[in-house]
Write a protein that binds this ligand. Structure first.
Ligand code: ADP
Ligand code: MG
Length: 319
């Protein structure tokens, strides 16, 4: 199967799409963004051996690739619009391609992304997704707007993806975990849910926002550094799923994973206290939890001792 046949069969869906003036098949895609909006663009790469094990299923790769890329759009409050896809493949394995493409198109449909172009080459397995979205002029959520006194909030639950990784690495005894919890945790690793609707709901409400890809402490630190402020966190408020509680009995490990496990792709944002009414919080499309407050003292402060099972040094302890 040649390169053009491959693109035609698996990636060119020939659909009419708003905003796509020229799609797959020419030298460039030509795109129109709605009036009074700005384009938000982000790119993510998965390299075999570095980001995933060689036995990873193509469906899981498609979901991780698109989920991680679209999560960056969510963090900016952007509306997903277009995807460009670079595939470096060792060979044209039709089973692999069919499974990968089917899941890719499925994820794109869910998110409102349209595949408008890409590049296909032969070599070691490397997958790159560039996502494009739009956001109202000057309204993009950024890392730098946090203010002293803002509540620090996170969406969903933290540490699940790390637990999903632990199951694969046999760090957890999977036989002692109920199938429903195991499925949930593995799914959180392999099929992240970008918080697109939440990001959009936070536009002009949150002062700063980031998606949690490297772990809460690392990503919150990006907000704090960009905003030149610190944080006081209440570790007892970290949102932990019932599946994680059921699978990991050690509280320290759960906290460590919630604080530093990567790839949960939840949003961490700061909200003026005046905005944080029950009406506003309860109407958000994803549950959010207030875990602390932005303060003037630089660093991350906690009343409780931090679990010591992770390598992170950008915080200070009060105790
Ligand atoms: P060029 O050589 O001009 O860069 P290509 O021959 O690489 O163009 O690609 C032909 C068309 O197919 C282009 O419109 C390109 O965007 C699209 N394309 C190539 N690879 C992919 C892919 N993996 N997914 C979607 N579109 C692709
Ligand atoms: Mg060309």
């Amino acid at each position: 199967m040649g390169e053009f046949e491959l693109i035609e069969q698996y990636f060119n869906l020939h659909r009419e799409q708003t905003g796509v003036d020229i799609g797959i098949g020419d030298d460039c895609a030509v795109l129109s963004i709605p009036p009074n909006t700005q384009l938000a663009v982000s790119i993510d790469t998965l390299v075999e051996g570095t980001h995933f094990l060689s036995e990873t299923a193509p469906e899981q790769l498609a979901s991780r690739l698109i989920g991680a890329a679209a999560s960056d759009l969510a963090a900016m409050g952007a509306t997903p619009a277009w995807l460009t896809l670079s595939l470096c493949l060792p060979d044209a394995d039709e089973n692999w391609l069919a499974a990968f493409a089917q899941r890719l198109h499925e994820e794109c449909r869910t998110l409102g992304l349209h595949l408008v172009g890409g590049d296909t080459t032969k070599g070691p397995l490397v997958l790159t997704a560039q996502v494009h979205g739009y956001v109202a002029q000057q309204q993009a959520l950024t890392r730098h707007g946090a203010r002293e006194g803002d509540y620090i909030c996170v969406s969903g639950t933290l540490g699940d993806s790390r637990a999903g990784l632990a199951i694969q690495l046999n760090e957890l005894d999977s036989h002692s975990i109920a199938p429903v919890d195991k499925d949930y945790l593995l799914n959180r690793f392999f099929r992240p849910t970008p918080r697109i609707a939440l990001g959009q709901a936070l536009v002009s409400k949150a002062n700063a926002c980031i998606d949690i890809s490297d772990g809460l402490l690392a990503d919150l630190t990006h907000i704090l550094s960009a905003s030149d402020l610190g944080a006081q966190l209440d570790l007892s408020q970290l949102p932990i799923s019932s599946s994680l509680v059921a699978s990991v009995s050690d509280v320290q490990t759960r906290q460590a994973w919630a604080l530093s496990g990567g790839e949960d792709f939840e949003l961490c944002f700061t909200l003026p206290k005046s905005m944080a009414t029950p009406q506003f919080l309860n109407a958000l499309p994803t549950p959010v939890t207030i875990i602390g407050e932005v303060c003037r003292e630089l660093g991350i402060h906690t009343a409780q001792p931090l679990p010591d099972c992770f390598g992170f040094d950008h915080f200070k302890k009060d105790t």
